[in-house]
Design a protein around this ligand. Structure first.
Ligand code: PMT
Length: 405
């Protein structure tokens, strides 16, 4: 089960045109397995209804009248206590002012005042209102108190202005929510390095030797580590993916660049997860100029790339870090046998054997089918999403780190 499942988040929605985007945020958080209680202010209800939120969260959404309803005067206490995190998105200048001053004149601000949960606010307002000294002072005060302020972003505003004031997009906000929820996870204080994607080896300034790795599996591992509270360094080959909120992204192109960055980061890492598909060979010499077609097909001599895990193993013997190393083995035949061989040869604690011949598994797709192989045996996992594979692998990492304590 996902580590997010069942965690309770209170989403406060205030009166901004961006409140329609809060519906997408509520839906995204619900799909992640979170229990989302929504509280709408009177202003928010001018733009969007409680029913809209109820439809996407499957939970009751609350409005000011509920404060005087069946739950009596304690509704805000109950909601505030149950929340592991309060998110106010969009947060208007008015609500930010109330949160800063401790004004509690509606269900949302009462709940925020009554709760000890961490608070995330995503301001949304017109440019002038955001720049106004009163708003800036309120934001500074909230920040000083440890409130997480995300955005606003620059761009087109409802007034027609091109200015700062747009609410951060729901997908990004959901990333911040995950990072904050991870603060109570078992990997807090631990550094996890993840390599992802394929490397590219230059033939000439235009052409490269590449492979089909999309980076999806590696990025999913990085997200799973963030959900558990880890500090994550994501060393990534070229990919179209956006890295998770909370990951320190290190972009590389070639296998040798990846080696330099992974080896550097691994020296301080508690765990290293090598999901990258590193090119085993590179052109011995990359042509300086574009190779001309009229000159005929070139002969490209190849040289073996350095093995990154081998270099990590040498460093590990000297510095004792990373404490845990996980390799991935992409195999099209003799899955278990080959993975077990690589487990020993590459000095890793766990090898994730990836059957790339299986339908809907391996490169590019959103699902994967793997076998977890270690010195004690193997565990076959069914076909699942790459996010779930990430969670299962990270659960093993947590176990291994625990044993080393
Ligand atoms: O990115 P996706 O599209 O989501 O696809 C995911 C994936 C199939 C790429 C991923 O799940 C996977 O299997 N990654 C490992 C691919 C691979 O290169 O396997 P390998 O058997 O060639 O290498 C074994 C291990 O050695 C790997 O951990 C690899 O990162 C590492 N290696 C390989 C070559 C090299 N020069 N140095 C290394 O350290």
């Amino acid at each position: 089960m996902s580590v997010l499942a069942g965690k309770r988040v209170l989403l406060g929605v205030t009166g901004s045109i961006a409140s329609y985007k809060a519906v997408e945020l509520a839906s995204t958080l619900t799909q992640l397995g979170l229990e989302v209680d929504v509280v709408l202010t009177r202003g928010a209800r001018q733009f969007v209804s409680a029913l809209t939120f109820q439809s996407v969260t499957g939970q009751r959404a609350y409005v000011d009248e509920d404060l005087w309803g069946a739950e009596g005067h304690v509704l805000h206490i109950g909601l505030g206590k149950a929340a592991e995190l309060i998110v106010v998105a969009p947060a208007t200048a008015n609500t930010l002012a109330k949160l800063a001053s401790g004004t509690a004149d509606n269900l949302l601000t009462l709940t925020a005042l009554a709760s000890e949960a961490p608070l995330l606010v995503a301001p949304a307002m017109d440019g002038g209102m955001f720049e106004h000294p009163a708003t800036q002072v309120n934001l500074a005060l909230l920040k000083e108190r440890g409130v997480e302020i995300v955005g606003p972003e620059s761009g087109h505003l409802a007034s027609g202005l091109e200015a700062i004031g747009r609410m951060t997009e729901p997908a990004r906000l959901a990333g911040h929510v995950r990072k904050l929820l991870g603060r109570s996870g078992p990997l807090v204080g631990q550094t996890v390095v993840v390599s992802a994607g394929g490397t590219q080896e230059a033939i000439d300034p235009v052409r490269v030797i590449a492979n089909r790795s999309s980076g999806k599996q590696g990025y999913a591992l990085a997200q799973a580590a963030i959900d558990l509270g880890a500090e994550v360094v994501l060393v990534s080959g070229p990919t179209a993916l956006v890295s998770s909120v909370g990951a320190q992204l290190v972009s590389v192109t070639s296998g040798r660049e990846m080696k330099a960055e992974v080896v550097k980061a691994a020296r301080k890492a508690d765990a290293l997860l090598m999901a990258a598909a590193v090119a085993d060979f590179r052109p011995t010499r990359a042509a300086k100029e574009k190779i001309k077609r009229v000159e005929g097909a070139p002969k490209v001599a190849l040289t073996a790339n350095p093995d990154i895990l081998e270099a990590v193993s040498e460093g590990r013997k000297k510095f004792g870090k990373p404490r845990v190393v996980v390799g991935f083995a992409a195999e099209s035949e003799n899955l278990l046998e080959n993975a077990a061989g690589k487990l020993r040869a590459k000095d890793v604690d766990l090898m994730v054997a990836n059957d790339i011949s299986a339908a809907a598994a391996g490169f590019e797709v959103d699902t994967n089918q793997v076998v977890l192989v270690d010195a004690g045996g193997h565990e076959e996992l069914p076909l699942m999403s790459k996010a779930e594979v990430g969670e299962r692998v990270l659960a093993r990492v947590v176990e291994m780190l625990e044993k080393l304590k």
